[in-house]
Design a protein. Structure first.
Length: 408
């Protein structure tokens, strides 16, 4: 291994004008210098795993000529919105990005020394069983089946890196990988990320009071099965059925810490279907309008911000705010439970929520009939749809008509 990697492995934190690294970065270099060929990064929420792995891979490619790196995740749309976005943000901050070196069709970025990084999903059977690479990075590896990881690893010549939140049982394939003598396995938590704002720290630590298993996985970074799921039997489907009835859009507003979630909803008999369309923070009214207006569909949203609703309505969106009130959350959840719920496979954040949206636990560890206020943004958007379309809890009359929008 190069002397450069030996030098940076001694540093726990590296900060400069545009980029900040944490303990994770140094542990990666140390693992490679110690001769490990697989690195398993287990961690809590916001422990800086993904971002530091990507920084490391950028530097790794810069130090080594003609190195090939594959960055893989379960779903391509999710990969685009997560690791791929972060990778190109890092290149920009380091002034390394050159558009002519970016093959946007094949999702490959080539460095000036001939090294390259390619992005693809485990859904691509051709890529799984395709060409070799020097370095493999599987983001959120617990999303993959063992056979998918095995096919990738068999075609990796030097180094494999995986990261994940450990919400799985002892029979998961990652547990076997961690026992291998050539695997460097370590755990980091949000406390290892000195750059987290206090609001995020408070949100993570609030899990201690909400659900023990969620706190173990997302707070302590230790392996645990999530208990007390509100919707344990949701089915994942290929795509939203266009012939579904009562189609409309559910919206849950957020801003800095919480995302704005926008979900397409519909019903066929006793089946309810959801497709995540948007899950973004820092969205202004104009950004939300830019998502909603082209859809030309009825919108059912929360009613907490009348001014925001007014702006959206004035832009020509058919929007109905929903009456909340005492008991409305449980009422919406109970109505949803009357249906078989289906979520499209590309609804990454919705799927993550369904794996973590649980009931509260009291001080004795018993579950109570109260959902936690976390992992619920898509669910809240879906619930507003149910409350408006099925339960009829609409607070004000629409300000534009279906005819105005060309909806008949």
């Amino acid at each position: 291994m190069t002397a450069d990697l030996e030098i940076i492995s001694d540093k726990k934190d590296i900060s400069h004008d545009k980029l900040q690294t944490t303990k994770v970065f140094g542990l990666l270099a140390k693992a490679i210098n110690d001769g490990y060929t697989t690195i398993s990064l287990q961690g809590s929420s916001r422990s800086s795993k993904t971002y530091n792995i990507l920084i490391f891979l950028v530097i790794y490619c810069q130090l080594r000529q003609k190195t090939s790196v594959s960055i893989v995740r379960g779903s391509l749309p999710v990969l685009r919105r997560s690791a791929m976005r972060d990778f190109f943000e890092i290149l920009g901050k380091l002034n390394l990005y050159t558009e002519s070196r970016h093959n946007k069709t094949n999702l490959i970025y080539t460095f000036s020394n001939g090294s390259f990084v390619e992005f693809f999903s485990a859904e691509s059977e051709e890529k799984l069983r395709g060409s070799e690479r020097d370095v493999l990075y599987v983001n959120e590896a617990s999303e993959l089946k063992y056979i998918e990881y095995q096919q990738l690893k068999l075609r990796t010549n030097e180094l494999a890196i995986i990261d994940y939140n450990p919400s799985f049982s002892d029979d998961h394939w990652i547990c076997d990988v961690n026992k291998d003598e050539y695997t460097y396995h370590f755990i980091t938590t949000y406390k290892d990320n000195p750059f987290l704002p206090q609001t995020i720290i408070n949100e993570i630590e609030s899990l201690q009071r909400k659900n023990k298993s969620l706190w173990e996985v997302y707070g302590l970074g230790i392996q645990s099965i999530i208990e007390g799921l509100i919707f344990p039997d949701i089915r994942i489907i290929e795509e939203f059925p266009q012939y579904a009835k009562s189609q409309a859009i559910g919206v849950d507003y957020g801003f800095s810490n919480d995302p704005t979630a926008i979900v397409k909803c519909g019903i066929i008999d006793d089946n309810m279907y959801f497709d995540e369309l948007c899950y973004e923070t820092d969205m202004l009214a104009k950004d939300i309008i830019n998502v909603l207006k082209p859809l030309k569909m009825k919108v059912l949203s929360e009613s907490a911000d009348p001014r925001l609703i007014k702006e959206i309505s004035n832009a020509g969106v058919l929007i109905y705010p929903i009456k909340k009130g005492a008991g409305s959350i449980n009422a919406g959840i109970m109505k949803m439970k009357e249906y078989n719920i289906h979520i499209t496979k590309n609804s990454f954040n919705f799927i993550k929520e369904k794996n973590n949206y649980t009931y509260m636990q009291n001080k004795d560890g018993k579950f109570i009939n109260e959902p936690i206020d976390a992992y619920n943004h898509c669910f809240d958007a879906a619930r507003y749809y149910v409350m408006g379309e099925i339960l009829g809890r609409i607070t004000i009359t629409k300000q534009v008509t279906k005819e105005d929008l060309g909806i008949f």
